[in-house]
Design a protein around this ligand. Structure first.
Ligand code: C2E
Ligand code: MG
Ligand code: MG
Length: 571
């Protein structure tokens, strides 16, 4: 610590005002007075900060001796005029502890006069905690807290650099968007902590399948982006296959063996987009295409994909508004008992009166609602409105009708579904036995164990259940017996060509017989002609629905229809 200066600068503590001295001694910040480069006073806190006794410092050395030898570091960030003299108002630098360790400090100096000579009073702040917090903030700002992967911000930053470089050198790169199939279901059925662990495990496997120069980022949820500098289409396809392979073996999380498959969309620069936004959007489009193609696969972006996506995006944004603005209505299609020819119920079918597009049919927007999660608010509205209408008819003196309501798979699996049904019933006062929920085989069969719980809860409430579009799924009799289902609805596709196609006849009559042996009602959908009806009656099908009886109608017109029944003369 010997710096060649004359030692022995006198301690000034004895000349200080006792109250000021007491304050300085108690201060929880490092304080000193220096003159001619040597300390004339240091408080105990400062001595402790640096690992010395007070006496070892006073008159022995000065502030410069306690800083990292590199004078440059001292000048670093010094603000307060030319150079960074001790006594410059503020400087940030690196201090050296007696044990050799270093730590960042801020030194604030103020000029003084002692014994008629210039001196400096200084305050030393240890910045370690602040620096640690800053670096944590930077980390949070750039990295995903769950998986530790770069986040959207850092990804965009790297992409910007890559594009800037690629423009100069015409270097291609590929961008890959990856989304896990059915991840939401795992999250909802096994809980978010399992979902989180799974995401980390997936991130690790994906990471190990990529090259060091690639950037794997998580955009949130189960969406990952991989940027591959220098990769062309062939290289990207290669890597996409490797990523699919990486997820091939099940993940073991909290005792569960979980299979997750990714769907991937690939874009290449500059063919599929010259800016980040376009590349990301087109990769997303290709990824959705991969999902449509049956998942666990990858797709390259093509221009044609964009028209379909445009409609999806347009519908998505206006569908949000539709639910709020009351643009949705329900039409009701009668369900006919073939024995009496009377209407025993109606099926509620949603319609969207779009301000620009006019009437939009559900086949065009239900899947958009399902993909975007809007199916929950939409489904809740349908349930509430259907129950309200059914009870309003009863209040107007009409005979009670069964109200059949379609339930989408996503909606059925959401945690609050049973409560939503109970809410719709309570809100309207409708007898639960007059509500029939139509679910498809696909809905109840996937994740059968979880669904049985939901079905049983609904059954206990008295709500009826029917299997819609029956025959298009893969129901086995064994499964059917486990579900508290009261009705099978033969899918329209088997009824359409019933007169012409012996296979359809065989399927329809098999379903009717199967229903009878399981004591289930069987309803034929899409009956349009007298001939179809005659064939179905000959099979002993008990119920029907279709244009032959009535198209779906607004609520008011159903009332008129009820006055015109029965539909069938005794034939
Ligand atoms: P779905 O549940 O199988 O409903 C029967 C569909 O067949 C209805 O189409 C109906 O209008 C149509 N249909 C009825 N009889 C005939 C006929 O004789 N010939 C022909 N060609 N078609 C007939 P819509 O209203 O377009 O609904 C289509 C699908 O959209 C429904 O199929 C259902 O899966 C879904 N959907 C409708 N409303 C809702 C809803 O509120 N929520 C949910 N999740 N899905 C709904
Ligand atoms: Mg239906
Ligand atoms: Mg159907």
């Amino acid at each position: 610590m010997n710096n060649g200066r004359s030692k022995g600068g006198k301690a000034v503590a004895s000349t200080m005002d006792p109250a000021a001295l007491a304050a300085a001694e108690a201060a929880k910040v490092g304080l000193y007075i220096q003159q001619d480069g040597l300390f004339r006073y240091v408080n105990p806190f400062l001595a402790r900060q640096f690992g010395y006794d007070v006496d070892e410092l006073i008159g022995q050395c000065g502030p410069l001796d306690l800083l990292l030898a590199d004078a440059e570091s001292f000048r670093l960030k010094a603000r307060g005029g030319a150079g960074a003299e001790i006594g410059a108002p503020v400087c940030e630098t690196v201090a050296r502890h007696r044990d050799g360790s270093t730590f960042p400090v801020r030194i604030v100096g103020a000029p003084l006069t002692i014994d008629g000579q210039p001196a400096t009073a200084g305050t030393v702040f240890d910045l370690s905690a602040q620096r640690a917090a800053e670096s944590r903030i930077r980390e949070l700002a750039d990295f995903d807290a769950l998986t530790g992967l770069p986040n959207r911000r850092l990804l965009l930053d790297r992409l910007l650099q890559l594009i800037a470089g690629a423009e100069r050198e015409e270097a291609p790169f590929a961008l890959l968007c990856l989304d896990l199939d059915n991840f939401k279901r795992i999250n909802e059925s096994l809980g978010h902590s399992v979902g989180d662990e799974l995401l980390c495990a997936v991130a690790r496997r994906l990471g190990s399948a990529t090259r060091r120069i690639d950037t794997l980022a998580r955009l949130g949820g189960d969406e990952f982006i991989l940027v591959m500098p220098g990769a062309n289409a062939a290289g990207a396809a290669d890597l996409a296959r490797r990523l699919l392979d990486a997820c091939n073996t099940p993940f073991t999380i909290a005792g569960h063996d979980l299979t997750v498959t990714p769907s991937l969309g690939v874009t290449t620069y500059p063919q599929d987009g010259k800016d980040i936004e376009t590349l990301l959007r087109n990769a997303d489009v290709a990824m959705y295409k991969a999902k449509e193609q049956g998942r666990n696969t990858f797709q390259f972006y093509t221009v044609e994909m964009n028209t379909a996506t445009f409609e999806r995006l347009m519908l998505e944004s206006s569908l949000r508004r539709a639910i709020r603005n009351g643009e949705l209505t329900l039409h009701y299609q009668p369900l006919i008992d073939l024995g009496s020819g009377r209407i025993i119920g109606v099926e509620a079918l949603v319609r969207w009166h779009h301000p620009d597009l006019g009437l939009v049919m559900p086949d065009r927007f239900i899947h958009v609602a399902e993909e975007t999660g809007l199916i929950n608010p939409l489904g809740d509205w349908v349930l509430g409105e259907a129950c309200r209408q059914a009870q309003a008819w009863i209040d107007n003196g009409l005979p009670p009708l069964v109200m059949a309501v379609n339930v989408a798979p996503e909606q059925f699996r959401q945690a609050g579904f049973v409560a939503a049904v109970a809410g719709a019933l309570a809100g309207s006062g409708l007898d639960p036995t007059l509500l029939e929920l139509e679910v498809t085989e696909r809905t109840v069969m996937t994740g059968a164990e979880i669904n049985i719980g939901t079905l049983a809860a609904l059954h206990r409430m008295g709500v009826k259940l029917s299997l819609d579009d029956f025959g298009t799924g893969y129901s086995s009799l064994a499964y059917l017996k486990r579900f508290p289902v009261g009705k099978l609805k033969i899918d329209r596709s088997f009824v359409r060509d019933l007169e012409l196609d012996p296979d359809d006849q065989a399927i329809a009559s098999t379903i009717v017989n199967m229903g009878r042996s399981l004591r289930l009602a069987v309803l034929a959908e899409g009956v349009e002609t007298r001939e179809q009806l005659a064939l179905l009656r000959a099979m002993d099908c008990t119920m029907a629905q279709g244009y032959f009886f009535s198209r779906p109608l607004p609520g008011e017109e159903i009332i008129e229809l009820l006055h015109r029944q029965p539909f069938l003369s005794k034939e």
